[in-house]
Design a binder for this molecule. Sequence first.
Ligand SMILES: Cc1cc2nc3c(=O)[nH]c(=O)nc-3n(C[C@H](O)[C@H](O)[C@H](O)COP(=O)(O)OP(=O)(O)OC[C@H]3O[C@@H](n4cnc5c(N)ncnc54)[C@H](O)[C@@H]3O)c2cc1C
Length: 242
Amino acid sequence: MQQPRQIQEFVSKIIEIKNETPTVKSFKVELPENADIKFFPGQFFMVSFVNDPEIKTARAYSIASSPLENGYLEIALNKIAAFTAKMFQLKEGDFLKLKGPYGKFYFSDEIKNNLVLIAGGTGITPLMSILRYCAGKGLSNKIQLFYSVKVPEEIIFHNEIKKAKEKNPNFEYFITITRAEEHHEWKGKRGRIDLELLKGQIEKPEEKLYFLCGSKEFVDNVISMLQNLGVKREQVKTDVWG
Ligand SMILES: Cc1cc2nc3c(=O)[nH]c(=O)nc-3n(C[C@H](O)[C@H](O)[C@H](O)COP(=O)(O)OP(=O)(O)OC[C@H]3O[C@@H](n4cnc5c(N)ncnc54)[C@H](O)[C@@H]3O)c2cc1C
């Protein structure tokens, strides 16, 4: 059994800030030289500002990058209240304090089940780490990703996920847009992730391991659909944010 990683606290320079969507930014932070920071894909770090006179609290952010990437961690977030508003003002070269890793919502190599990853909105971040890790290691677990966002321009990491799908026959990607009425050009699936979609796509649901991440309402909803498919609660790992 692989052991949870050791918790460490460190100050880290922001090396890249990217507008992933009109409302989501990603931040790559450099890991301190010679630091041996390890985490499992799916885990999170507590992030805070360095010597900030106004905001002394920390917020949890799941790592979107793979643990196989040396030298940096990536997080992605949308602007909600004071903390995230301040995050959006940061520039490359600024510093953040990180402490972690934390959390039991993670994938590790001993898991041999095929995986079903289900995300709502920014809930894609920990699942992206799992996806990147499994692809990077060439693991044989089949992966299905179901991802729901409000509007097409808010799909985070869309191009990378689409490319992963083209390259890897073991990976399936289902994206659905919940507010598609204003987006007539959208040719993909519309509406929420529903029982019909899950039932139609997940073969042998009782053999899979499920990772669900998003708002409480989203996660609760998906759990009850999975129960409808005969999935046991022990097969479902959840990460709930709001
Ligand atoms: C384990 C864990 C991992 C997390 N990982 C991420 C991540 O990778 N990316 C990310 O954007 N956030 C993530 N969050 C949420 C994050 O910690 C903050 O709560 C969020 O960024 C809002 O911070 P804030 O101070 O601006 O607003 P807050 O004052 O903390 O929150 C204001 C309200 O927004 C709700 N809320 C929190 N997050 C969201 C969200 N993403 N979308 C809509 N409503 C939300 C809260 O429940 C609260 O009611 C994670 C939370 C947890 C517990």
